[in-house]
Design a protein around this ligand. Structure first.
Ligand code: SAM
Length: 230
């Protein structure tokens, strides 16, 4: 007999890379339990000191090595951040950044972001970042790309009016896909006014590992900032 249990979305990326050195394993076992985002607990109880007031909440989807997320969190101590990343080596790398930067405003969802989105409050996010997502450039893999029309519907529900969806990529297919998918959603508009707005990294955004790799290989990254309509 068929059951009506909901099925988890299939994750096509890597969950593990090279074996972790002992120091990184220690970070996972010692730091992660306290910093793991708990989808069953009220949001306000999860962020230490900022929990008493209405701090902005931002989400980074696929933070990779975590340098962008840690940099943002350090520069914006009054904002709470959730980072989603199923790749354990990336999670360990973020923990190292958190430790060295003494950052306290990040909670980690070490799994597929699509599993945590239902736990987030409507209009509760001030910013969502999807930086250099896996491009899945082949047409037959288009359904694997993280930004889909259904994801845009969910983000429209979660990002508050005036909040931002920040996208970046260096891959030509992915750039076109990200732009087209976000521009097709009537609740968002692209804020760019001139080419420099997408060709140059906005000064308030830290570098990411994939951005640096792209620049070293002379591939031109683009940054697309969308705003949620009121
Ligand atoms: C190409 S890497 C970019 C990493 C980082 N943003 C950067 O710019 O260096 C894309 C990342 O997205 C993560 N990712 C892919 N699908 C995801 C999902 N459904 N939920 C959360 N993260 C995801 C992958 O594990 C990978 O680390």
């Amino acid at each position: 007999m068929k059951t009506s249990e909901p099925t988890s979305p299939r994750f096509y990326g890597r969950r593990k890379g090279r074996p972790l050195r002992r120091g990184m394993q220690a970070l996972l076992s010692e730091m992660l339990p306290a910093l793991r985002f708990d989808a069953t607990r009220p949001l306000a109880t999860q962020f230490g000191k900022a929990s008493g007031r209405q701090a902005d909440l931002a989400l980074e989807i696929g933070f990779g090595g975590g340098e962008h997320l840690a940099g943002l969190a350090e520069a914006n101590p009054a904002v709470n951040f959730i980072g989603a990343e199923p790749f354990v080596n990336g999670v360990a790398s973020l923990l190292r950044h958190i430790q060295t930067g003494a950052v306290s405003n990040i909670r980690i969802w070490d799994d597929d972001v699509r599993l945590v989105l239902p736990a987030l409050p409507d209009a509760g996010l001030s910013q969502v970042f999807i930086m250099f997502p896996d491009p899945w450039p082949k047409k037959r893999h288009a359904a694997r790309r993280i930004l889909q029309p259904e994801m845009m519907d969910i983000l429209a529900q979660l990002i508050r009016p005036g909040g931002q969806l920040v996208l970046a990529s260096d891959d030509p297919t992915a750039k076109g896909w990200l732009l087209q998918t976000a521009m097709s959603h009537r609740q968002f508009y692209w804020t760019a006014r001139r080419p420099a707005d997408w060709r140059q990294r906005p000064p308030h955004l830290p570098a990411t590992r994939y951005m640096t790799k792209a620049e070293q290989a002379s591939r031109q990254p683009s940054w697309f900032i969308f705003e949620r309509r009121g």
